[in-house]
Design a protein around this ligand. Structure first.
Ligand SMILES: *Cc1c(COP(=O)(O)O)cnc(C)c1O
Length: 428
């Protein structure tokens, strides 16, 4: 059990969360290494070991400390980066270049140069001008890179609008209009500076239904067929993106096999019928690897009971360490970690300490009576928490502690006030 209650106290990956809050201070992110490795193990069982020529590229943007990249490296995973900063993090730990893939709708020339210098494994081209930019850099450097085209399959997935990416009206990907995609593919095939491998799609995030993935897959397989017919070219790689949903409150999380088995069956059947060797298949899960591996700890401070209206329980963090509720009404569950098995007696709203009314972490949660000094734990905060954290109100970014079966170590230290001022210059 990753999460359990002993003597009324919440334990996570064998560690007493109340003691961790005392030792490291709050707000604090806890990450369970056991849970992260468990996710990779599931992917190995139902995908990597089951089918040859497959890869998992962890989408680094979900949680991107060096220590996380090191776990990916040790577990034999690839990573998917979307910025020079994520690439730099990978380079810093000597992450194998051929196992890095680079996504993004507006990769900067300096980011592409750094990626090409490092010898990155794949660049996922996201727009029509990007090929020319990559070719110019490769020509200057005498290099060649392997590329895929990210296409927009035009399917709408059932998720919040901000995390839907596969519909046609999107800043991501290349639309599948014939007069757009075929010339682009021809140009990539003909290029002396890139090896064109195939196509990439990513339909959205936090999906609990495999419908959008399967629909997008049909569209992309049709494209593969057309490319073969019209251009006589067999693709050698397909990337199916990420987007696999997790549990924040009462969602019914599907195993990876629910997504991967029907997709792989469809793919294998398709290439058998086409009489072509199946290309390499890559997926890019981010959230599903780390979300449930994370818990945020806070200390409860001010409590305001506005009689007949609402009771506000304030914690020492908020939208600065978890912007998802304010950004897209994301919902979470939590408990008072030092009263973890007490019955709820009241309904309260957990809010942060930032100067924004929208700085609410959990609206209307049933809790035992909260008191100042209690430790409050919010579950499933491992994805898009730290990576979206900000210094709003000049609140320092919390520390991250990695847990494993009762042991714990600091992997990101808490920002100090000095850290926050480190880039500031006072004019003479
Ligand atoms: C964000 C993203 C992912 C990961 O999505 P999750 O929902 O976190 O699994 C994968 N691929 C691309 C291109 C992305 O932008």
């Amino acid at each position: 059990m990753i999460k359990e209650v002993k003597n009324g106290v919440l334990y996570f990956d064998g560690c007493n969360t109340v003691e961790l809050a005392k030792e490291y201070g709050t707000p604090l992110y806890l990450m369970s290494e056991s849970d992260i490795v468990g996710q990779f193990t599931q992917l190995k069982d139902c995908f990597l070991s089951k089918y040859t020529n497959t890869r998992v590229a962890y989408a680094a943007k979900a949680f991107s400390p060096m220590a996380m990249f090191a776990i990916c490296q040790r577990e034999g995973m690839c990573i998917d980066v979307v910025s020079g900063g994520e690439l730099y993090t990978a380079m810093k730990i000597g992450f194998p270049a051929e196992r890095i893939e680079f996504n993004g709708n507006n990769k900067l020339p300096c980011e592409l140069e750094a990626a090409i210098d490092y010898g990155i494994g794949r660049i996922i081209i996201d727009g029509l001008q990007e090929l020319a930019l990559i070719e110019r850099i490769c020509r200057e450097k005498g290099k060649k890179v392997q590329v895929l085209y990210r296409v927009t399959p035009g399917v709408k997935s059932d998720s919040h609008d901000y995390i839907v990416t596969g519909k046609k009206d999107s800043k991501f990907g290349i639309p599948l209009d014939e007069d757009v995609i075929f010339p682009a593919v021809e140009a990539a095939i003909a290029s002396d500076y890139v090896d064109f491998l195939g196509f990439h799609f990513h339909v959205g995030s936090q999906l609990h239904d495999n419908g959008s993935h399967l629909q997008a897959l049909d569209i992309i397989l049709n494209l593969v067929k057309q490319v073969k017919e019209h251009l006589g070219y067999d693709v050698t790689e397909l990337n199916l993106g990420g987007g696999f949903g997790v549990v924040y409150t009462d969602e019914n999380r599907k195993p990876y096999s629910y997504f991967m088995t029907p997709m792989m069956e469809k793919i294998e059947g398709f290439f058998t019928d086409l009489g072509v060797v199946r290309p390499a298949i890559v997926i890019e899960p981010g959230r599903s690897i780390v979300a449930e591996a994370g818990i945020s700890l806070y200390t409860i401070g001010s409590i305001k009971d506005i009689r007949g209206v609402r009771k506000y329980v304030s914690v020492d963090g908020g939208m600065t360490d978890n912007i998802r509720p304010a950004l897209y009404q994301a919902q979470y569950r939590g408990v008072i970690a030092n009263k973890a098995d007490a019955e709820p007696t009241e309904t309260v709203t957990i809010c942060g300490k930032c100067c924004e009314s929208g700085d609410v972490l959990i609206r209307d949660i049933g809790l035992p009576e909260a008191e100042a000094g209690d430790t409050f734990a919010i579950f499933s905060t491992g994805a898009y928490g730290l990576t979206m954290a900000s210094n709003y109100n000049k609140n320092p970014i919390p520390a991250v502690v990695l847990l494993k079966e009762g042991s714990h170590k600091l992997i990101v230290r808490r920002q100090s006030y000095e850290d926050m001022l480190a880039c500031e210059v006072l004019p003479e």
